[in-house]
Write a protein that binds this ligand. Structure first.
Ligand SMILES: *Cc1c(COP(=O)(O)O)cnc(C)c1O
Length: 325
């Protein structure tokens, strides 16, 4: 027991810290993404929150694509600011010079979504990774929409991948959840002044230094034994069990989501009452080329479009929809 508490052995003694069901599911997602390990969280919000605060504290700054999920935008722009963590937003279409101009001496990370929710803009992962690495910070990518079936951001230079597993990974609306995957490649130990939480002794863990003891899993280990220990947003093991059932069919569901979405996008594009359609699978999309490069087998099932006639017509359209429930 003492060896487990001191992280000298791996094993199970308390579910908030580790649970065999959660570990099996996390290991499956890590394998799908090509990472060294993963940690399940209670929601996608918790995953993004932990992914940032694992390396950012009061007085720090990070840069984020502006094309991100609304909940993440609020977390970054409002709540993290209350923690003293500042963010600068850049367009996903910004040039490398424009992204670089947002960096400061205290910048600790760069963040983006592979395909943004709900505007479905495609991130040029290699471009973002180049700028991040030129400034000695990791690229964190939210890969919720394509899932690793359609895109594996770590292979394109991302260092940390996060998901809301609530969406496609679960796929059956049974459980809210999130995950953080560690790519294991970022050289934290080269930047001890920038990442003291990873590179200097953690007094709350008997003076253990994560980069020295855990090497390529330093980031993930700190997220597990420090953040999860203290903040506690674990995924319920029963939700992890349900998530695992969803994962078993993910590779079958994603291609069908994509072919369904493409059919809907093509239908809407030809419709006289539709003003515009955004779906990276359409050749007319400004993101078509990027999607072909990063997601040649398909992007996601979400289509974004506008109704002719502005807000009033959009509201009338929404009010006329019937939900099959
Ligand atoms: C839904 C979503 C989140 C938040 O996840 P929850 O599981 O709802 O907390 C984060 N990022 C993206 C891209 C999402 O679609």
């Amino acid at each position: 027991m003492a060896r487990l508490f001191d992280l000298e052995d791996s094993g199970y003694f308390y579910t908030r810290l580790q649970n065999p069901t959660n570990d099996a599911v996390a290991a499956k997602i890590a394998a799908l993404e090509g990472g060294v390990g993963a940690m399940l969280t209670s929601s996608g919000q918790a995953a993004n929150f932990y992914a940032i605060i694992n390396i950012c504290g009061t007085g720090d700054h990070f840069v984020s694509s502006s094309a991100i999920y609304g909940g993440t935008f609020n977390l970054f722009a409002v709540t993290l600011k209350q923690f003293g963590i500042d963010v600068t937003f850049v367009s996903p279409d910004a040039t490398e010079q424009e992204i670089a101009a947002a960096f400061r001496p205290n910048t600790k990370a760069l963040f983006g979504e592979t395909i943004s929710n709900p505007s479905v803009e495609v991130l040029d992962i290699e471009k973002f990774a180049r700028v991040a690495h030129a400034h000695g910070v990791p690229l964190i990518v939210d890969n919720t929409f394509p899932t690793p079936i359609n895109c594996r951001p770590i292979e394109w230079g991302a260092d940390i991948v996060v998901h809301s597993t609530t969406k496609y990974m679960d796929g059956h609306a049974t459980s809210v959840g999130g995950v953080i995957v560690d790519g294991g490649k970022f050289p934290w130990a080269q930047y001890p002044d920038k990442y003291p939480g990873l590179c200097t002794p953690d007094e709350s863990y008997h003076g253990l230094t994560y980069t020295e003891t855990f090497g390529s899993s330093a980031y993930l280990t700190k997220a597990t034994v420090h953040l999860m220990r203290d903040l506690g947003s674990i995924q319920s093991p029963h939700n992890a069990f349900l998530l695992n059932l969803g994962l078993e069919t993910l590779h079958l569901r994603m291609p069908r989501h994509c072919s369904n979405a493409l059919a809907v996008a093509q239908y809407l594009q030809a419709h006289p009452k539709v003003a515009w359609v955004e779906y990276a699978g359409l050749e007319s999309s400004p993101y078509y080329e990027l999607a072909q490069k990063y997601m040649p087998n398909g992007t996601c099932g979400v289509v974004s479009f506008g109704i002719k006639g502005g807000r009033d017509e959009a509201i009338r359209f929404m009010d006329s929809l019937r939900l099959a429930a």
